[in-house]
Design a protein around this ligand. Structure first.
Ligand code: TRP
Length: 358
């Protein structure tokens, strides 16, 4: 895990590229598992990154399970009062961005509602050592970032729970950012050890592969490395057009008048150009050339117009769906039903190979 040395990363990247090429050719071979914690609304970094990729996979006809990891919220924060609201908000964000469970290929469910999935956690916990859990770099970073003094055991074991999230439906592709790779390595280890220990003749679990799609890195409006709600530098998908305009007006730029696309030396300006590019499909260099010496005022007004234009139908759809809480609930309930059907089959196989049938 920590030894995700360059060679391992290169191998992961190679496999990821192969899968990316094969997905449009053989969508039926893949079962994608992705997920989010219900900690708040999604911002445009999510939309242009992970959510956009999910919509693309869906439109290729790939079966996708989207787990809302509500138990994982309890690992690094005390508050639980808004979990239910956040589950619904997240679902609204997914649906308005184009995730469409009515096509029968995408399932959205909170894992707390799938007991058979959660039960896989118990045998999985016996397949890893404390030492392995203790050295997970992403867990360490999260502990540091949250400034935790008392660290609950869920913090160290949630990556094992995540293995259950992925393996309950025999997911074989997991679209991930780099920070999630240690968790995916652990899932692969658990699948391998489970098969070796209990299912030597016929593997029960696949070893899922990472899909490291190149989603553009969206910086925060303050120029910091990552757009994130907690850093107060994000534009939420569900923000109003006026709120969006006000945030962009305050965005950091630099003192050079002529606009150029130069991510290394001019990260803030280039990030804004990138947002125009993602919203309009135009090349960043062409956008920069068009603005030229009209400066950052012109740049910002273009970002505002193109981003609001891009988000308009998404926001309208969200507003429409918001009026229909029964539908949102129905989406989640039918996601839960499908997930439970899969998890029940898997748990039955697990019990069989573990000699636990009665
Ligand atoms: N840990 C992930 C995050 O913090 C969320 C998650 C939970 C997840 N289970 C998953 C992601 C399974 C991918 C697959 O964002």
């Amino acid at each position: 895990m920590e030894e995700m040395v360059a060679a391992t990363f290169e191998a992961t990247l190679e496999r990821s590229k192969k899968i990316e090429e094969d997905l449009p050719v053989h969508p039926e071979l893949y079962r994608v598992l992705t997920g989010d914690r219900p900690t708040g609304r999604l911002h445009i970094g999510h939309l242009f990154g992970s959510i956009g990729n999910r919509v693309k996979l869906q439109n290729l006809g790939v079966t996708t399970y989207i787990v809302i990891a509500d138990y994982q919220v309890l690992t690094d924060r005390d508050t639980f009062s808004s979990i239910s609201e956040n589950i619904k908000g997240l679902t609204l964000d997914y649906l308005s961005a184009g995730i469409d469970p009515s096509k029968g290929k995408t399932f959205i469910f909170p894992h707390s509602h799938v007991p058979e999935l959660n039960q896989l956690l118990l045998p999985f916990l016996t397949l890893v050592t404390n030492a392995e859990l203790n050295r997970n770099p992403t867990v360490k970073e999260e502990i540091a970032a949250a400034g935790l003094k008392r660290i609950n055991a869920g913090m160290y074991t949630y990556p094992v729970h995540q293995a259950a999230d992925i393996l309950f439906c025999k997911g074989n592709v997991v679209p991930v950012g780099k920070d999630q790779l240690p968790h995916l390595e652990l899932t692969r280890l658990i699948a391998r050890r489970f098969n070796e220990r209990f299912a030597a003749n016929k593997a029960v679990f696949p070893e899922p592969q990472a899909l490291l799609s190149k989603s553009p890195m969206i910086l925060g409006l303050d120029g910091s490395q990552k757009m994130s709600k907690s850093r107060n530098n994000a534009i939420m998908m569900s923000a109003t057009e006026d709120e969006t305009a006000a945030l962009i007006k305050k965005a950091k730029t630099d003192s050079e008048r002529v606009i150029t696309f130069d991510p290394v030396n001019r990260p803030e300006v280039s990030n804004l150009i990138m947002l125009i590019s993602l919203s309009t499909g135009k090349e960043p260099e062409a956008i920069a050339a068009e603005i030229g010496d009209a400066g950052s005022g012109k740049l910002k007004s273009l970002v505002t117009d193109s981003l609001n234009g891009y988000l308009r139908p998404i926001r309208a759809k969200r507003a429409e769906l918001e009026k229909n809480p029964d539908y949102i609930r129905q989406v989640l309930l039918s996601g839960v039903e499908s997930a439970r059907a899969e998890a029940t089959k898997t748990l039955d196989e697990v019990r069989t190979v573990m000699n636990m049938k009665i």
